[in-house]
Write a protein that binds this ligand. Structure first.
Ligand code: 2AM
Length: 181
């Protein structure tokens, strides 16, 4: 069972992202309902059970926060470009939540994830999209700014991969504490 932890984008944010999700050759756009920010990729469970992970995540105590999406970007360069995304403005409360989820994951028996945390919302996966088309698309969007919007929970997702677009199912939702002011 393929799992990950993330933040579901609220409807009004999904609508804004949907409005920029067009006009790029070779792009497979993420279905609007699936738009999210990944906090921790787990992948196929090997060892701990879903219940172990769920229990550990349920023990995460962290304050809520407001989030702003800023700009668009890509992973990979040139013919290796594989993803375009909307950036998330990093802030201490988000990093704090990420770190708490990471330590809960290790406590549940998962391997530590040592990759750098680059908060983003994937918009599309690319296949053979020429670099200049990505640049044109980014330029047509200009200076993207969406939000701020309130984040008061995070979710454990199951990823269903098939022949069509992936489907992400929320298995559990975890409330955050009131925002610190
Ligand atoms: P993404 O946020 O950059 O799109 C479900 O597949 C989520 O887990 C996606 O949002 C994806 O990242 C992330 N993901 C998938 N495979 C991954 C991998 N091998 N390493 C890290 N994250 C991965």
């Amino acid at each position: 069972m393929r799992l990950f932890v993330g933040i579901q984008m609220p409807k009004e944010i999904r609508d804004r992202l949907k409005a920029i999700s067009f006009g790029l050759a070779g792009a497979r756009w993420i279905t609007p309902d699936n738009l999210h920010a990944t906090l921790r990729f787990i992948g196929d469970l090997d060892g701990p059970s879903v219940d172990d992970v769920d229990t550990a995540l349920g023990g995460v105590h962290a304050p809520g926060f407001s989030l702003t999406l800023n700009g668009v970007g890509q992973f990979g360069r040139g013919h290796m470009s594989h993803t375009v995304w909307a950036g998330i403005k990093t802030q201490p409360a988000l990093v704090h939540l990420h770190d708490k989820i990471e330590s809960a994951s290790v406590r549940a028996g998962l391997d530590a994830d040592r990759r750098k945390f680059t908060p983003h919302v994937t918009l599309a996966r690319l296949k053979k999209t020429p670099e200049h088309e990505i640049a044109d698309w980014a330029q047509s969007i200009g200076d993207l700014k969406i939000g701020p919007f309130q984040v008061d929970s995070f979710q454990l997702f199951r990823s269903h991969l098939g022949h069509g677009p992936a489907h992400y199912q929320v298995l559990s939702e975890y409330a955050l504490e009131p925002e610190l002011v």
